[in-house]
Design a protein around this ligand. Structure first.
Ligand code: FPP
Length: 240
């Protein structure tokens, strides 16, 4: 849904956007520390930015977006920080559920979310159910997600089904992301240049973009600049 006020940089070609954009939202902690704030204030600001960027992705007409929200490795953080992140996510899902429905946005999850605290599991199950018929936009939240765990899950499922898989696509169908195309474009904020166990299978042919900007400061304009960069890439998928 566009509110008609969409400002687009002139180099950005709206007819050549990625179908699926995936974002590793990094740098919340450093954003807060730099300002003398507790780390969870960084996650709060990160959540506010997530809302802005989701809206912008939606307004641009990109159909699928995945956000790395909580990794299987993030359990190593102090309990206070983990609880803070979960509260922020739960509040966001509860408060915005109706907005998702009215905009035709479907929420899906990658990750073993049933192992999260019960109130968060309820909020997630609720929004998945509420939005399951929405088909304008798909928001995929990677939460309690690890790429290697996901691949193991797929391997175990294939073994359970007892037949050899013929094509890579057959394996994709056994993963959390079975209803989504692979991400065309992956952005990581905060200057780190690594994949951190994110969508390992799905990123085989993704284009990558790294920016030093901390996630809470990553603006709509930064997103458009990243997309302009994406449009300069020659995607060959192994051919010439
Ligand atoms: C990485 O920054 C960020 C996270 C591990 C949490 C991401 C969570 C949110 C943005 C909260 C909102 C999410 C939803 C879906 C409502 P970091 O803590 O690793 O930052 P640092 O590298 O500077 O320490």
């Amino acid at each position: 849904m566009s509110d008609g006020k969409l400002k687009v940089l002139k180099q950005l070609d709206l007819t050549r956007l990625p179908t699926h954009i995936a974002i590793i939202m990094d740098g919340n902690g450093r954003w807060a520390t730099k300002r003398g704030l507790p780390r969870n204030m960084g996650h709060k600001a990160g959540c506010e930015n997530l809302k802005r960027i989701i809206q912008h992705i939606y307004d641009l007409g990109i159909k699928y977006a995945t956000f790395f929200t909580f990794s299987t490795e993030n359990w190593k953080r102090p309990k206070e920080e983990i609880d803070g992140i979960f509260n922020i996510v739960r509040q966001y899902l509860d408060e915005d559920a109706e907005q998702f429905v009215s905009r035709g946005a479907r929420v899906v999850v990658s990750g073993d979310y049933k192992k999260l605290p019960k109130d968060l599991v309820n909020s997630i199950s609720n929004i998945i159910k509420k939005t399951e018929k929405c088909d304008k936009f798909v928001l995929n939240l990677a939460i309690n997600y690890g790429g290697r765990d996901e691949i193991l899950m797929g391997v175990n499922e294939a073994i359970k089904q007892g037949k050899a898989l013929e094509k890579a696509e057959d394996f994709s169908k056994l993963l959390y992301s079975k209803d989504l195309p692979d991400p065309d474009f992956v952005i990581r904020t905060s200057g780190e240049m690594r994949v951190s166990n994110f969508m390992l299978w799905q990123m085989a042919y993704s284009e990558f973009y790294f920016t030093p900007v901390y996630w809470p400061s990553f603006s709509e304009k930064d997103l458009q600049r990243a997309l302009i960069d994406f449009q300069k890439r020659k995607r060959r998928f192994g051919s010439l």
